[in-house]
Ligand binder design. Sequence first.
Ligand code: COI
Length: 355
Amino acid sequence: MSVDTPTIPVRCVPQSRISELDFNNIEFGKIFADHMLVADYKNGAWQTPEIVPYGNMSLSPATSALHYGQAIFEGMKAYKNAEGDILLFRALDNFRRLNISADRMCIPELPEEIFMQGLEQLLRLDAAWVPPTPGCALYIRPFIFATDDFIGVRPSSNYRFVIFSCPVGAYYGQPLRVAIEPNYVRSAEGGAGYAKAAGNYGAALYPARKMQERGYHQLIWTDALEHKYIEESGTMNLMFVIDGKLVTPSVSTTILAGITRDSVLQIARDKGIPVEERKVSVDEIAQAHKAGKLQEAFGTGTAATIAQIATIHVNGEDLDLPAVEDRQISLSIAEELERIKTGQAPDPHNWIQKI
Ligand code: COI
């Protein structure tokens, strides 16, 4: 699907920086495409967006997002097909989730046309930045933050919406060692865990660093009440293959409703793989491993895509999982997902928008 977009005012870069990019060696999140979209909210309304050269923004030291964290973001990806067309993956779902986060954080709802038309025009302008390289994509980061220069604690009256992008390769370079988090909490019932709020990530850094100091790449969050049930990992939702079934914690107010998570479950159902969305206890994982029934474990996320888990630290013990190359379910789903995203397989659920 390609939509004709009304033209948003554009200020182009005098000279592209694309020659700085080595398409065969793309590090995650370090080099940014030439342009960004900016729209401000003031006087009770979102203003006409503008596309401008990617660059620093000037902010008051009193900018309220910097103090009280009224800020939300999204992550999505665009790919190139064999003909060189840009294929945008499930952007409308990211737009809807952004507004769910906005509602929770008292940020005014963003109109669909600012997000979708702005995004389409930005992608056309920066088309050369979408890597054609297998396994790579253009990672797109929309975000909104409160811009009042005011030190009192209350929802801001002014906001800025920005979309910028960066070509990326793999987020995780190898199968992960993860550990169950028995003490710290990411999110509790009634909190903002389901929102993609900046503060959720900031508050997770300290427990994640402590786990990294113990030799694990990431931690697995457990429920705030009993530390008994598995929730999600630092940057991803979690999935397990137990005795041939794909099992994942159901989304709730404490877990982010991942779009990659949803895509993986849909592909699994399409393939006839049994799927269970339910509570998953730490004990169930330990017992399944002991019984030889824990066949696969992986994370899902836009940045992480499908990130294989090699080892899970549970109750003082490192549980090693079967070799990644033997993981038929996750490997076949990952391959199908990549084929859909890059236009090599049919798109039965209309996830792709050709730009
Ligand atoms: C994503 O997967 O897009 C995320 O936002 C997770 C992380 C990079 C913050």
